[in-house]
Design a protein around this ligand. Structure first.
Ligand SMILES: Cc1ncc(C[n+]2csc(CCOP(=O)(O)OP(=O)(O)O)c2C)c(N)n1
Ligand code: SF4
Ligand SMILES: [Mg+2]
Length: 300
């Protein structure tokens, strides 16, 4: 019997992920052994465990293979433009503060073209959960170098190996102002699911990096085998170091991957700081924004 679950069968309809996925959009576009689906499965499981009302959860993605997630989740979701997932999600959160907004996108989308938005959303402690799938490359467009490509790794635009220093993403996030920062690989499904579940209930700018295989481009260009071979590499080369100093989390080509929850602290979110400031400045004249949004709600 085939180990694959066939679409339209009772097994597919009863799969634990089906409440969170638009099964009518299957089959998905991802390559065999790509890591993005694993991250999405963990997110779906975390949504179930969190018991959040799915009508109050919204997912925003940018463009890229990871950006396709927004099209597959069964809740209000937005597949925005390249690099603009964070400003789009910011607008959504400010307009509808009662929503629990997740940004789910790739390293190129959030840190390459979207890097400026990333640093400011973190600085403001915008109330967003950000799940970044780091496959070290621009997958969708042919494997170009990304700001996460490790030194010496090959990409289609650096066929002799990358010479640009990549970002250390947890450190970037925390120095900009993120209040919850973690990293896992797609091999760490249990830990990733627990982290997503916890982070869904936290406030502020929550950043979770997930290292995942791009089997078709990153693995092929670097002669690393299939996505399964990369999962084996993750299994043999990770170390869990909760509360690690984020300055020590650089990733070199095929080096050890430090995982864990590095930061978990409270600071007023953008909306909380704004409310406190205007309440203080305007006194009795201050009209708070209702949780369902609308700055002019209740006014003539
Ligand atoms: C303004 C603009 N510039 C460039 C592109 C082309 N483009 C689409 S996806 C992408 C890179 C995506 O990389 P990443 O976010 O890492 O996603 P992955 O495919 O690796 O999951 C690029 C450059 C675009 N769609 N729009
Ligand atoms: S190109 Fe890479 S990132 Fe995109 S679906 Fe294929 S394996 Fe995944
Ligand atoms: Mg990528």
């Amino acid at each position: 019997m085939s180990p694959l679950i066939q679409l339209g069968t009772p097994e597919a309809r009863e799969h634990p992920i089906t409440p969170y996925i638009r099964m009518d959009r299957m089959p998905h576009i991802w390559c065999p052994t790509c890591g993005i689906g694993t991250v999405l499965k963990c997110y779906g499981t975390a949504l179930g465990r969190s018991k959040l009302d799915l009508d109050k959860v919204s997912v925003v993605s940018g463009i890229g293979c990871t950006g396709r997630v927004a099209g597959y989740v069964k809740m209000d979701s937005f597949h925005s433009t390249h690099g603009r997932a964070l400003p789009f999600a910011t607008g959504l959160k400010l307009g509808r503060p009662e929503l629990n907004v997740t940004v789910f996108s790739g390293d190129g989308d959030l840190i390459g073209i979207g890097g400026n938005h990333f640093i400011h959303a973190a600085r403001r402690n915008m109330d967003l959960l950000v799940i970044l799938v780091n496959n070290f490359i621009y997958g969708m467009t042919g494997g170009q170098n990304a700001p996460t490509t490790p030194l010496t790794a090959r990409s289609s635009t650096m066929p002799l190996g990358n010479f640009e220093r990549p970002f250390n993403l947890p450190h970037l996030a925390v120095t900009c102002g993120a209040t919850y920062v973690a990293r896992w690989t797609s091999m760490h499904t249990a830990q990733m699911t627990r982290t997503f579940t916890e982070a869904l209930k936290r406030k502020g700018f929550r950043f979770i990096e997930v290292i995942a295989p791009c089997s078709t481009l990153y693995a092929r260009l670097n002669k690393l085998g299939t996505g399964l071979d990369l999962m084996t590499y993750y299994r043999d080369n990770f170390e869990i170091r909760n509360k690690a100093d984020t300055r020590e989390l650089d990733l070199d080509f095929q080096s050890k991957i430090i995982c864990g929850k590095f930061v978990d602290e409270e600071r007023p979110t953008f909306l909380e700081a704004m409310e406190a400031h205007y309440r203080d400045a305007l006194g009795d004249q201050y009209v708070p924004m209702p949780p369902e949004g609308g700055m002019l709600h209740g006014q003539d």
